[in-house]
Ligand binder design. Structure first.
Ligand code: PMP
Length: 406
C-alpha cells in the first residue's frame, strides 16, 4: 500500500506506482466473501454451470493428443488455428475479421494493458463512459492517463456529450488519445448503447479522428434476442476491438483477444513479447477445443438462461424491497444492475452498515476516476443464487430505508 510509513521501499518506486491504488472491489472481497454475507459485489461468472464431465474428457484428449505441445512456448500472437476459430465467433456478432489481425492475450484485461502501453504517455487524455469498467480505470491510471468521463443514460453513452467533450478539448488545444467504451451490457451499469447512437458515435469519432477502443465481453450473454451489432461490425477502420472467453467459457483460463489494424497489431505483438513472451499454450489449446469440438453455443445458452433467471430475481426483489426514491437499470444481458440511491444517500458511507447487515455491493465511486458515483452502487446477478439475491436485496432494502431515516 502506498503512503504507509511501514513501507521501506517508498523512495524507490517508479512515479507511476503512486497512481496505483487498490480497487474498491478488491478491498471488499475479504469481508464480502464471508459465508454469512450475501455478496452482490462480485463479478464472477458462474463456472459451476460448466459441463465438467465433458471438460474432463476434452482435457484427457488434449493431453493424449497434444500434451507436449500444450506445455511448450508458442508464438507471441497465439495459435493460428485458435485465431481462426475466434474469427468464427466474431462472425456471429457481425464482425468479419482475419485471423492475422488478432492478437491473443491473457484475458481482455491484458489487451487493455497492452493498448495502454502502446498508446498512452503520462498525462494523455482518455475518454470513457461515466461510470466505466474498474479494471480499465486501473490500467489507465497506472499509465498515468487523465481519464475524462462522458455522460451516459439508459441508452448508453450520450453522443452530444462526446461531441461537447471533443470540442472542449480542441479549445484547450488538446486531443483525446482514444475513447474507451463498453457498448453492450456495460460493466457496471448493464446498459446497452442503442442502435442509432452507435451510428452517431461512429460518425462523431470519424469526424474528429477519434480512435475508439470497444471492449465487448458481454454481448453473447443476451436475454432478449440479439443486441445491436458491435461498433467494429459497422466499420473496418478506427475501432480496436477486445474480446474474451471469460463470459462464454471460463474466466480462469485467462484468454482474450484484440482485433486491431496491422500496424497496431505489430506494436501489440512487441508488447506481448516483452511482457509475457506468449499467451498460455495450454489455455489456447483448451479454448480451441472448446470452440471447435464442444457444443459451446449450447453452453452460452446455459449461462444466459441462468443469468436471466437471476436478473429477474434481482429486478423482482428490487421492486419488492427498495424504498421510495431508489431507481435501477434493467439490463437486457450481462451480469450487473446499477442502482441509484434515494436523494442524499452515499453508497460508500453506507457500506459498513450494509456489511454488518450481511449484504455486500460495490459503491459507485469505484467506477469513476474522479471520486464521483457515491449516489450509486453496482449489483451482480451472475454468481449468487436467485434465493440469495432475494435475501440480499431484502437486507439491502432495510439498510437503505434505515439510512433514509437518519
Ligand atoms: N472488460 C470488461 C468490461 C470486463 O467487465 C472485464 C471482466 N470483468 C474485462 C474486460 C476483463 O476480462 P478478462 O477476464 O477477459 O480479462
Amino acid at each position: 500500500m502506498s503512503g504507509t510509513t511501514l513501507d521501506d521501499y517508498t523512495g524507490r518506486y517508479a512515479t507511476r506506482v503512486h497512481g496505483m491504488a487498490q480497487s474498491e472491489i478488491r478491498a471488499l472481497f475479504s469481508v464480502a466473501n464471508r459465508p454469512e454475507v450475501v455478496s452482490l459485489a462480485g463479478g464472477n461468472p458462474f463456472t459451476a454451470a460448466l459441463p465438467f464431465d465433458d471438460l474432463k474428457e476434452m482435457f484427457d484428449k488434449l493431453f493424449s493428443d497434444s500434451g507436449a505441445k500444450s506445455l511448450m512456448y508458442c508464438g507471441g500472437q497465439g495459435d493460428p488455428a485458435l485465431r481462426e476459430a475466434i474469427t468464427e465467433v466474431l462472425d456471429l456478432t457481425g464482425i468479419s475479421a482475419s485471423a492475422d489481425d488478432l492478437v491473443l492475450t491473457t484475458g481482455a484485461q491484458q489487451g487493455l494493458d497492452l493498448l495502454a502501453r502502446t498508446f498512452l504517455d503520462p498525462g494523455d487524455i482518455v475518454l470513457a463512459e461515466g461510470p466505466t469498467y474498474v479494471g480499465a480505470l486501473g490500467v489507465f491510471q497506472a499509465a498515468q492517463a487523465d481519464v475524462r468521463h462522458l455522460p451516459m443514460d439508459e441508452d448508453g453513452l450520450v453522443p452530444a456529450g462526446l461531441e461537447e467533450a471533443l470540442k472542449g478539448l480542441r479549445k484547450e488545444g488538446r486531443e483525446a488519445k482514444f475513447l474507451y467504451t463498453v457498448p453492450t451490457f456495460q460493466n457496471p451499469t448493464g446498459v446497452t448503447l442503442s442502435e442509432e447512437r452507435r451510428e452517431e458515435i461512429l460518425r462523431i469519432a470519424e469526424r474528429h479522428g477519434l480512435l475508439v477502443i470497444e471492449d465487448d465481453p458481454y454481448s453473447m450473454i443476451s436475454f432478449e434476442g440479439e443486441p445491436p451489432a458491435p461498433l467494429r461490425a459497422r466499420v473496418d477502420r478506427g475501432v480496436i476491438y477486445l474480446g474474451t472467453v471469460s463470459k462464454i467459457f471460463a474466466a480462469g483460463l485467462r484468454l482474450g483477444w484484440v482485433l486491431a489494424p496491422p500496424a497496431v497489431r505489430d506494436k501489440l505483438l512487441l508488447a506481448v513479447e516483452a511482457s509475457i513472451l506468449c499467451p498460455s499454450s495450454l489455455t489456447q489449446e483448451a479454448t480451441r477445443r472448446f470452440l471447435t469440438e464442444m457444443e459451446w453455443r449450447q453452453q452460452v445458452k446455459v449461462f444466459t438462461t441462468l443469468y436471466q433467471e437471476r436478473r429477474d430475481a434481482l429486478l423482482g426483489a428490487l421492486g419488492d424491497y427498495m424504498p421510495e426514491g431508489a431507481t435501477w437499470t434493467r439490463p437486457g444481458g450481462g451480469m450487473f444492475v446499477w442502482l441509484d440511491l434515494p436523494e442524499g444517500l452515499n453508497s460508500k458511507d453506507m457500506l459498513p452498515r450494509a456489511l454488518s447487515e450481511r449484504v455486500a455491493y460495490v459503491p459507485g465511486t469505484g467506477f469513476y476516476a474522479d471520486g464521483d458515483g457515491a449516489a450509486h452502487m453496482r449489483l451482480n446477478f451472475s454468481f449468487p443464487t436467485a434465493e440469495d439475491i432475494r435475501e440480499g436485496v431484502r437486507r439491502l432494502g432495510g439498510v437503505i430505508a434505515a439510512e433514509k431515516q437518519l
